[in-house]
Design a protein around this ligand. Structure first.
Ligand code: FAD
Length: 414
């Protein structure tokens, strides 16, 4: 590829993680698709990396499962997916021997679990393998996008190794600190929580029975996500300094901290994976689109892991953008046509605003030990618990299947 005559693709996706790879597959595998697609990712994008590097696990909604089915990745994931039978929420103090459940709800509707837990590594690996095997997708990796210029009929994307590619549509899927978003001059609203999210995987003596637990501690939420086998992913938010102290502990002391927070419902815990931590923030891009550019996933908005919605929201972006672009192409529009991009923006704007605001408010409400706030939130959850109609609405909302739903989320191919 010479820089004098850069190859031009219909769609160039900057960032080959969950959102970027899923979008590449959704576009390439749409019926009759003739779109040329490139994924540019700065890591090697190999599915054979040794051992679990990313200890996160994601609580995927029914809508996200629908998308994975529709883009043909689900068969590679089905065996490793842990269905969630229900969620228990508590905010008891760490010293309490009995930990009363404030709210619990079942997540199985008509025999079909509305929530599944997938390990981050397994999900990424399955997406990489599918993309690598897809003739219509060119993978440029490791390659980093370092500049984005406006061009005639296409954006020009410059890579760190000196290459350039043309993009009729450039998609920023490069995460919360998106450089593509910044280079396109799109600002954000929001900021840092001054908290870090710690994730690790533990083994345990007793079965988890498929139940997920959200324990609201004054320093931030502590979540137990059941994994296949007697294993659980712990995702835990702590104030910045305290998180750094936890990360520096030796294994035995770290395990002791986990056991104290998790309690004994799973029996004795053992470490079964690496630990990793991430800075937490919440922001929303001021716009999801610009000429020949769309933002998806964390590049579009970053939400607290409190509700486990980051990947789900990203997959909703994927489903909406893929449908807008593919249907536009069927009408003879170019991939970067403003009509398709405006349709995408209208579809996704409200969801992003609502989610960022709601998760941010929830985090403030629960990361606080003030007595009055505690009483109000306990009463609030108590009311939800006694109203089955409201609970099923919350479950449907969490499933991502309320409102005007893009087709891919229902499992239907484009
Ligand atoms: C502790 C923790 C727990 C979480 N738990 C959950 C959960 O339970 N459920 C859930 O749904 N979500 C959860 N999330 C959120 C979830 O991890 C994110 O929403 C998700 O990873 C976003 O995916 P993405 O593809 O948009 O971006 P990312 O996963 O951030 O990927 C961005 C990609 O872009 C690449 N990249 C960046 N810059 C460039 C560049 N210039 N050129 C080329 N490539 C580039 C990166 O290498 C990376 O591969 C959690 C997050 C944290 C931190």
């Amino acid at each position: 590829m010479s820089s004098a005559s850069p190859e031009t693709f219909d769609v160039v996706i900057a960032g080959g993680s969950f959102a970027g790879l899923a979008l590449a597959l959704a576009l390439a595998r749409a019926e009759g698709s003739e779109l040329s697609i490139a994924v540019v990712e700065r890591s090697p994008l190999a599915s054979t990396e040794a051992g679990p590097a990313d200890p996160r696990a994601f609580a995927l909604s029914a809508g996200s499962r629908g998308l994975l089915e529709a883009i043909g990745v689900w068969p590679a994931l089905a065996d490793a997916a842990q269905p969630v039978s229900g969620v228990d929420i508590t905010d008891s103090a760490l010293g309490d021997v009995m930990r009363p459940v404030l709210l619990s709800y079942d997540t199985v509707v008509e025999g079909r679990p509305q929530m599944l837990i997938l390990e981050a590594d397994g999900l990424r690996k399955a997406l990489i393998e599918a993309v690598r095997g897809e003739a219509g997708i060119s993978v440029l990796a490791p390659a980093e996008v370092v500049a984005v210029d406006d061009g005639v009929g296409a954006r020009s994307v410059r890579l760190a190794d000196g290459r350039s590619v043309g993009a009729r549509l450039l998609v920023a899927a490069d995460g919360a600190r998106s450089r593509v978003r910044e280079m396109a001059g799109i600002g954000i609203v929001g900021g840092s929580y001054r908290q870090r999210g710690i994730a690790t995987i533990v083994g345990h003596e007793r079965d988890h029975g498929g139940r997920a637990v959200q324990h609201f501690l004054p320093s931030g939420p502590f979540a137990l996500l059941p994994l296949a086998g007697r294993r659980t992913c712990i995702t835990w938010s702590e104030a910045e300094e305290s998180a750094q102290r936890m990360m520096a502990l030796g294994d035995a002391d770290f395990l002791e901290e986990l056991q104290m927070r998790a309690g004994w419902r799973l029996g004795e815990l053992s470490l079964a994976g690496p630990r990793a931590s991430w800075p937490l923030g919440s922001h929303l891009a001021r716009s999801l689109i610009a000429p020949r550019l769309a933002l998806i996933g964390d590049a579009a908005r970053n939400v607290h892991p409190i509700a486990g919605q980051g990947v789900n929201l990203g997959f909703r972006d994927v489903a909406a953008l893929a449908e807008a672009v593919v249907e536009g192409a069927r009408l003879g529009l170019e991939a970067g046509d403003a009509t398709s991009l405006e349709r995408y923006e209208r579809w996704r704007r409200a969801d992003g605003v609502q989610s960022a605001a709601a998760f941010s408010a929830l985090n403030t409400l629960f990361s606080n030990d003030w007595m009055l706030l505690r009483t109000v939130r306990d009463a609030g959850l108590g009311i939800v618990d006694r109203l089955p109609g409201l609970k099923s609405l919350l479950v449907a909302e969490a499933a991502g299947l309320t409102g005007d739903v893009p087709r891919l989320l229902t499992g239907e191919p484009l």
